[in-house]
Design a protein around this ligand. Structure first.
Ligand SMILES: Cc1cc2nc3c(=O)[nH]c(=O)nc-3n(C[C@H](O)[C@H](O)[C@H](O)COP(=O)(O)O)c2cc1C
Length: 205
């Protein structure tokens, strides 16, 4: 089994999603100790942000591409290759300003490559990542469950589900969640404990 472990918090060793994603990977390794793990911390090893030159690169002859453009394109392509090679993707995903971190958004933007993660057919877009398992390690300051007052403000988990599952086709899309982390110190402990418990109980088959 190939595990791709991605973190995207800006908070380094203080990050709740780092702790949670590490617990998910530890759980997966309990079942398959020989699994390979590729790790990428997007806050340290970032994916170049999508821009006009990168979006248009297919229309520019190689000899006219700058060294920087080629470097950025190669880095983005490597990210796609990592995802294609993975069986399980564990994604540490904090909520910032109701969405995901800009570092994680750049990673998602790099993945949207026709023929790799999706394709357009007669019936519209079709995801190509159906066989992969994705586990989101979600950390957030408040509470956003369906039916609660802030539910409509969740552009973090809902976005990741839309793009990874609905668009790229991942069928086994799961979330372990530590929430309410900024409500109070007590809620922080409780939220973290609940998230770690979900990680420890994650189905491994
Ligand atoms: C820049 C920033 C923006 C945040 N925005 C939100 C937010 O919109 N909603 C929320 O519930 N929590 C918000 N939080 C709290 C984080 O979701 C919480 O601290 C969580 O632990 C972040 O994950 P991390 O520790 O892995 O970075 C924000 C935190 C930071 C640092």
């Amino acid at each position: 089994m190939n595990i791709l472990h991605i973190d995207s918090s800006i908070l380094g060793e203080h990050s709740a999603s780092h702790r949670l994603s590490a617990a998910v990977v530890a759980r997966l390794l309990e079942a398959e100790p020989d699994a390979s793990v590729v790790y990428r911390d997007l806050a340290i090893d970032s994916v170049p942000q999508l821009n006009g030159a990168l979006a248009n690169i297919a229309n520019v002859p190689l000899e006219q591409q700058s060294a920087e453009l080629r470097h950025d394109a190669a880095k983005r392509a490597a990210v796609v290759d990592e995802v294609v090679a993975a069986d399980v993707i564990v994604l540490g995903a904090p909520m910032y300003n109701f969405g995901i971190s800009s570092q994680l958004k750049s990673w998602v933007d790099a993945l949207a490559v026709p023929g790799k993660t999706f394709r357009y057919g007669p019936d519209g877009a079709e995801g190509l990542l159906g066989e992969k398992r994705v586990v989101i390690a979600s950390a957030r300051g408040g509470f956003y469950a369906a039916g609660t007052p802030l539910a409509a403000h969740d552009h973090q988990e809902t976005y990741l589900r839309n793009v990874l599952s609905d668009f790229f086709g991942v069928k086994r899309f799961e979330i372990v969640r530590a929430e309410g982390l900024k409500v109070s110190p007590e809620m922080n402990s409780r939220g973290m404990e609940a998230g770690l418990q979900q990680a420890a109980e994650l189905r491994i088959s």
